[in-house]
Design a protein around this ligand. Structure first.
Ligand SMILES: [Cu+2]
Length: 164
């Protein structure tokens, strides 16, 4: 029984770590935040969840990272910005699900490609009525659920609560 318990604990720890894992995305990867890139293409193969972080790297004062609403994004207007930074290294933690919009508010830069829209899903794969991409979200949920079922069967709900 001891070895079974040890295995169970290891499974729980691994599951909790997987469920809680947040991803840090370097916007534009090695290219950073600049004109001439297509950030729609950059996001196309990525899944963003609540708790993930976006890091924008650029020359300080040369660009801004301005969070806007959809109309600001569509019009390339930072007039009603939700946040704004031009420090050169802007870190944005995605704290709410839905679509988040970012532009560069330097004249001409948004039109030149510096606009980013990311669709943020609820971590763990539950849905709030939206647009969960198939695959990635569910894949992390299933092992976590399995661990909970196993833990319940073993009467280990108290340790589970401690670990998560
Ligand atoms: Cu710019």
């Amino acid at each position: 029984m001891a070895s079974f318990s040890a295995a169970l604990v290891a499974l729980l720890v691994a599951s909790c770590a997987a469920a809680a894992a947040a991803t840090t995305f370097d916007v534009g990867d090695g290219h950073g935040w600049q004109t001439g890139l297509d950030y729609t293409t950059w996001t196309s193969d990525k899944t963003f969840a609540v708790g993930d972080t976006l890091v924008f790297n650029y020359t300080s004062k040369a660009h801004t990272v301005t969070e806007v609403n959809k109309s600001g994004y569509d019009a390339c207007s930072g007039g009603n910005s939700l946040s704004n930074d031009d420090s050169g290294a802007t870190t944005i933690t995605l704290t709410t699900p839905g679509v988040h919009y970012f532009i560069c508010d330097v004249a001409g830069h948004c039109a030149g490609g510096m606009k980013l829209a990311v669709t943020v899903t609820v971590a763990g794969g539950s849905t709030t009525g939206g647009t969960i991409p198939a695959g990635a979200a569910g894949a992390s949920l299933v092992p976590a659920m399995s661990a909970i079922v196993v833990a319940a069967a073993a009467g280990a709900l108290v340790p589970l609560a401690l670990f998560c």
